[in-house]
Write a protein that binds this ligand. Structure first.
Ligand code: SR1
Ligand code: MG
Length: 404
């Protein structure tokens, strides 16, 4: 770690901001600044800074801590993830500029990125919990997925650049977190698992299900070995900031060269977690059905936009090397693996260490168990029956049939 590293605090942020020439156009020399630490993720410090005289002049500072914030300094974590995140944001911003926050600079001495404050947007998970629909999200994320995945893969990059990029984005410790928390611990006894007693019989049955564990192992192997594209690596609805017109993908500190399906599945799996949570969060049956329709239509639309955009990439690549039959097989395995990866992402959020507010934020234990149980049922079906999916509608139909 750099010798200059020191974590910032709300007290030290203003002096740091004033010391940076890159921010001279934003803030006047020594003007009064307000700061708040707003990090509610599992890993980092996040500060909002704004001019006291004009709050519209504002930035966000994100700084890596040398340990997992959720757990404390007993779990050290390399700060290099901040470099990976800044580099991934730069790649993504070239490919889908409207959907990536503007980065002002990255400070490698203290592992800190200064970026656009998305003040007019909220974390999508929080909006979904409130039952808010985001009509542009599916189109935007379908585009984001197609361009960031397709255009960082061997389909587009030349052989040498691709390998250089794989090396640049080697991210072993963050991958290990995913290997453990997404693909290992939920499916066996682990001290870090955190589920309520009420769903224990279902969790124990799932952990004893050899066929399911075989499927999970296949997903884990793909995650560990398939250096297909520069993936975001943590594309849950807490990594999306939205409003009625815009969608931003943030926080790619888990980025590395991995399987495309991991990102696609993360989005789909998190929409199904929301779907399961509204089993109890939305009491009125008509409102519930309406919101669920929004979620499932979003899943269908995002895949269709992804497919359409991906086709523009197929159309660019050498048709002799990429015959139509190969393209079809490639897209089919992406669809089926996205179902499998998404399922693992769902199960880890119900059983494992890091849960999601959609489910774990349901106060009544019995209601929480109903939502958690439905999420596990959907995930099990998606994982075990993914080879039956030939269209995105097949996946949605199976998941929605899991309702009690
Ligand atoms: C210990 S980190 C737990 C989780 O937080 C991140 O958002 C990733 O999803 C990771 O698995
Ligand atoms: Mg994050």
């Amino acid at each position: 770690m750099s010798e200059k590293y020191h974590p910032l605090s709300s007290e030290t942020v203003p002096a740091y901001v004033h010391s940076r020439l890159e921010l001279r156009q934003m803030f006047e020399k020594d003007e009064a600044l307000e700061t708040a630490e707003v990090g509610d993720g599992n890993l980092n410090l996040v500060f909002k800074v704004w001019s006291k005289a004009d709050p519209t002049r504002t930035v966000v500072l994100k700084q890596a801590l040398p340990y997992v914030r959720l757990v404390g300094d007993s779990w050290p974590l390399p700060t290099d993830r901040a470099r990976i995140e800044a580099a991934a944001l730069a790649v993504q911003a070239r490919l889908v500029p409207p959907h990536i926050p503007r980065v002002y600079f990255y400070d490698p001495e203290i592992y800190l990125t200064v970026m656009q404050n998305l003040n007019d947007h909220i974390i999508m998970r929080k909006g979904l919990i409130q039952g808010i629909k985001y009509p542009r999200f599916a189109e935007h994320i379908g585009l984001f997925l197609a361009r960031t995945l397709g255009r960082t893969s061997d389909l587009v990059l030349d052989y040498k650049t691709k390998k250089e990029q794989v090396a640049r984005f080697i991210n072993p410790e963050l991958c290990k977190i995913t290997e453990d928390l997404v693909f290992t611990e939920p499916y066996r006894y682990a001290e870090r698992n955190r589920y309520h007693k009420e769903i224990e019989p279902q969790v124990l049955a799932l952990q004893a299900d050899e066929a399911l564990r075989v499927e999970v192992a296949q997903m884990k192997e793909k995650f560990m070995t398939h250096a297909q594209a520069l993936i975001h690596g943590d594309l849950h609805t807490g990594s999306l900031m939205v409003n009625q017109t815009d969608t931003y993908a943030i926080d790619p500190e888990f980025a590395f060269y991995g399987p495309m399906a991991f990102d696609i599945g993360a989005v789909i799996g998190n929409l199904f977690l929301s779907y399961a949570s509204h089993e109890v969060r939305t009491a009125d049956p008509d409102n519930r059905a309406d919101f669920r329709r929004y979620l499932t239509e979003s899943i269908i639309q995002l895949w269709q936009v992804f497919e359409r955009e991906f086709q523009t990439i197929w159309d660019e690549v050498d048709p002799i090397n990429m015959p139509k039959g190969y393209q079809r097989a490639y897209m089919l395995s992406l669809l089926q693996d996205s179902a499998g990866m998404g399922a693992c992402k769902m199960m880890r959020r119900v059983i494992g260490l890091a849960g999601v507010e959609d489910i774990r934020g349901i106060e009544d234990v019995h209601e929480r168990s109903i939502a958690a149980s439905l999420a596990l049922n959907i995930a099990t079906a998606l994982l075990k029956q993914r080879r039956d999916f030939h269209r995105i509608q097949d996946l949605v139909e199976l998941a929605t049939a899991c309702r009690p």
